[in-house]
Write a protein that binds this ligand. Sequence first.
Ligand SMILES: Nc1ncnc2c1ncn2[C@@H]1O[C@H](COP(=O)(O)OP(=O)(O)OP(=O)(O)O)[C@@H](O)[C@H]1O
Ligand SMILES: [Mg+2]
Length: 583
Amino acid sequence: MTNQLSPQKNATVETVKDLAKWANYSLMNTLKCDPDATSHGADHRPRQVFSGHYVPVNPTPIEAPEYVAHSSTFFDELGFADSMAQSADFMSLFSGDLSNVPEPMSKVGWACGYALSIYGTEYIQQCPFQTGNGYGDGRAVSVLEAVINGKRWEMQLKGGGRTPYCRGADGRAVLRSSVREFLAQEHMHALGVPTSRSLSLYVSKTETVQRPWYSEGSREQDPDRMITEAVAISTRVAPSFIRVGQLELFGRRARKHEHPQAMAELEQLVLHLIDREYADVIDPNLSLRDKVLKLASEFRSRLTSLVANWVRVGYCQGNFNSDNCAAGGFTLDYGPFGFCDVFNPQYQPWTGGGKHFAFLNQDAAAGRNYLMFCTALSPLLANEADGIDGLQQLVNDFSTEMQTKMEQMWAAKLGLNRFNAALFTELSTLMQQTSVDYTMFFRELSSLPDDIEPLTKSFYQDISQGAQGAQGLEQRWSAWLAQWHSLLTSEANSDDISVLTRSREDIAKQMKLVNPKYSLREWLLVPAYQQASQGDYTLLRELQAVMTDPYAEQSQEVEDTFYRLKASEYFAIGGLSHLSCSS
Ligand SMILES: Nc1ncnc2c1ncn2[C@@H]1O[C@H](COP(=O)(O)OP(=O)(O)OP(=O)(O)O)[C@@H](O)[C@H]1O
Ligand SMILES: [Mg+2]
């Protein structure tokens, strides 16, 4: 199979009928359907799915959908007319009603099962049947696969109603979490970090669900009341939605010989993953052994780059379990995430997440997910010469590769070609002792200030002489800055031909492409989703515009509003500084 099926480039898609021309369902055509499923996908009861890669699911449309937002950037890339986002047929489809889609589009969507490992430990307890056969896409339903301008995309509703994996829950997502996910996905793409993409967002004017949430100003970790929220459906798009957890489900079944087809199903899924996500780097003529080893090495490279990028932009995923880790190596599941304000290696916005998923522990957490990825692949190599050893070697070298990427990233944030451990350690200490705004600090530094005054804009603490608790911080910052400048200068004048020589302007320009000016902090999201819940999308649109151009200076007004320290009254408040569930 190929990803290059599109007969024509840059066709404008103005209606769902136009879009139907590009429909092409490789997953449904090449993978195995659950043999117990009804073909029309009307069975939404929680149940065990013992084999097969996907279950046909008819999404449950939200009642009375209203347009909230779409990604004009992505529409443009896909050749979609902007007006389509508010057209009746497009809205129906992406608010969950497949009943009228034109041929050859499928009137049935699909959901997939997956397994769960938390920090490298296999779990089945989250499955209501305690077998692992009832866990998977509980509210995510894919509705379309299409090859558009030569690229294959899968389009998936989040909040599209119950599936056999819903575990008794309602299958819905609320507007609050959908606005967060929609904007964060847009922002992440604009930051240059691999991610699933936002397509559209619709809210129901009449349908609501109850969710636990915080009372205004609550300082509790957990919500203290139930609130009624409008349901919404956001659509996300990616080459595939295969997760490490999904490979694990099939790897576990193969390992335990759970059914006669278990090994074949694992192999089919792995080949499908390669086709969807790695076709450009894995030669189809390789043997299965070599394909699997190449896949493991490519995924390692993508995963380590991804996590280094997360840290670069101040992003904490929050719940980096294997089922929230896309096997294509991009960001997936914007629920418990946060962009940090104050630099804190232990920053973790999600109260249920634990410190192992905190900001600067994400590299180690990625290593655990990588181990589970390789464990899932290993049954395919059990009888292959050096196959398991090859995988083991890749696992063993994960932390070295991860560390190299992290050091390259820190060096780039500091405008340096080479990582300097002493300089970085002192900076990290100073940032923590001073309470520094992560985004603002690195952005201010990108102007190469000669003294620390411009940097103090990013400080939450007054460090001037005599200020309480300042304890010589001012002198230490000045010394740090001087050392940094001297390193920049020595690199710039280096005789070492492996070191790139650059002018001050070049360095500043480069740093501003590494260190964003704007980041999507939670206190910016809160008013946007609160206003959206009143049917007013002004702030949402403003945020979307600012956060899809995060490296640009933008206007003074934008700077005054969005380039600020977090207000002191927002610290430690539930929903603003931490959250308990993604809903
Ligand atoms: N309201 C709900 N109804 C049914 N299933 C749900 C609901 N909320 C979460 N789930 C399921 O619970 C599991 C864990 O939830 P989690 O918050 O990680 O995922 P999510 O945010 O729904 O999904 P995704 O990882 O697809 O972005 C997932 O398998 C998810 O599908
Ligand atoms: Mg998830």
